[in-house]
Design a protein around this ligand. Sequence first.
Ligand SMILES: O=C(O)c1ccccc1NCC(=O)[C@H](O)[C@H](O)COP(=O)(O)O
Length: 224
Amino acid sequence: MIRPAVKICGLQTVEAVRSILSLPIEYIGFVFAPSKRRVTGRQAAEMTGELVREREQGRPAPASVGVFVNPEPEELEEILKIVPLDVIQLHGRESPEYCHQVKERFGTGLFKAVSISMSQTASPADLVLPFAGSADAILLDTYDPVHGGGSGKTFNWKVIPDYLELTRAAGMKLIVAGGLTPDNVSGLISAYQPDGVDVSSGVETEGQKDIAKIKQFVERVKSR
Ligand SMILES: O=C(O)c1ccccc1NCC(=O)[C@H](O)[C@H](O)COP(=O)(O)O
C-alpha cells in the first residue's frame, strides 16, 4: 500500500519547524487566516527559511503550504513577496475561477478545501469537479462556522469513497483533514487509503505543537 502524504498544519515557531525536519513529512502549513494559529508573513518567512536552508544543504524538506480563507489577491501577493510558499491552500468559499487565477498568477501548487457538514446539500460532484484543472488536491475538512478550519473535529468518513472516486477521475489528489489524531489516523488509512492526511489540533498539547505527538502521528501514517 502506498502510504499517504503527511501535512502538519499550524506551525508557529522556528523551533517547532526545526524539530520535525528529520521526519518524513511532505507538507507543513502556515495559517494566514484569522485563527489562534495565525502567523505573520515575517514569522512564516523565518520558518520557511529553515526549509530553504535544508534544501541548500542537499537534504529533503517539506513543501510549505500557506492557508488562507477568502484572501484578496493583494494579500497573497504581499505574503508571497517574503514567503516562498510552494502551495496555496484556499480554505473558504473561493470559486474555481479564482483558484485558477491564483495558480496562474503565482505559479504555486493549489489545495482547495471542501468543508463537510451534517447539513450538506450540494453533491460531492458539484463540490469537486469544478476544481479539476485548477486544484492539485481537494482537502476534505470538517465544516467550521467560525474560522473555516482547524476545528479538531472529525466529519462522517463514510462520504470519503465518493470524493476519492471523483478526485481520481478528475486527476486530483484527496487529502483528509479534520480531527485526525495519532489514535484514529491508522483506522482512516486502512479503511479509505487517501492520498494525504492533514492534522493540526490532534498533535497539540495546550494549544502548542507537541513534537512527541507529531512523531507518533507520522510513525502511524508511514508504518506498514
Ligand atoms: O488551523 C486553523 O486554525 C485554520 C483556521 C482557518 C482555516 C484553516 C485552518 N486550518 C487548516 C488546516 O489545514 C487544518 O490542518 C485542518 O483544518 C485540520 O485541522 P484539525 O481538525 O485541527 O486537525
